[in-house]
Design a protein around this ligand. Structure first.
Ligand code: SF4
Length: 206
């Protein structure tokens, strides 16, 4: 009996290692090209996320894992995101000017379009392409916003960690997510490649 349990356990461990290794390879490849079964591999990486995270923390850099996973999920969700009808855009408050005069509510920073930072233009462009912009101070705001806004598409400007985190949190809900990773992340003075944002707006325009 113990012999059979041991064999099953061994088989499970080998299969898990193999599957997560292939999924990791697929996510790495997603940075440069299309991947067959991207959604399946994204699910595998979500399932093994915690042990993989420990592995990357110990031997590499956790940001690499999130970067690969966010890229793979963008491939997996792209066609469904294109079908969404009511979209919101989430952007981090750390892209604001340090002199920002706006105040915060439960749906994030209420931008006054004062012209001191990128949000004046982003708000205009987002509206032009049919997105309602929310400037958030953390991913915990997403739940509040989605309670108030019946959106079926969430576009995020964020670091890879936050993109991956929100994508995992929205899994199984009736919302499709897509992410635009930032060029420079951190807690303040962060930056996104604005041309990339415009390209994504264009890609998904109706
Ligand atoms: S444009 Fe908006 S977010 Fe930027 S500094 Fe002015 S009020 Fe703040």
């Amino acid at each position: 009996m113990y012999n059979i349990i041991g064999k099953v356990l061994f088989f499970f461990i080998v299969a898990s290692l193999l599957l997560s290794g292939i999924a990791l390879f697929a996510s790495r490849r997603s940075l440069t090209g299309n991947i067959y079964l991207a959604g399946f591999f994204a699910n595998v990486l979500d399932f093994f996320y915690l042990p993989l995270r420990q592995l990357f923390l110990k031997f590499s850099d956790i940001r690499i894992l999130d970067k690969w996973m966010a890229s793979l999920k963008n491939l997996a969700y792209k066609s469904n995101f294109a079908k969404t009808k009511k979209r919101i855009l989430l952007a981090p408050h750390c892209m604001r000017s340090l002199d920002c005069p706006a105040y915060s509510t439960q749906t994030g920073i209420q931008c006054k379009s004062c012209g001191k930072c990128v949000f004046t233009q982003l708000k205009k462009d987002a509206e032009k392409y049919g997105y309602k912009l929310f400037i958030v101070t953390g991913s915990s705001f997403v739940k509040n916003i989605l309670k108030m806004e019946a959106a079926d598409g969430v576009l995020m400007i964020a670091c890879d960690y936050e993109i991956n985190k929100v994508m995992r949190a929205l899994k199984g809900k009736n919302v499709v997510s897509y992410g635009i990773p930032m060029e420079r992340d951190g807690c303040f003075d962060t930056e996104v490649d604005y041309q990339k944002v415009l390209n994504v707006f264009e890609t998904f325009k109706d």
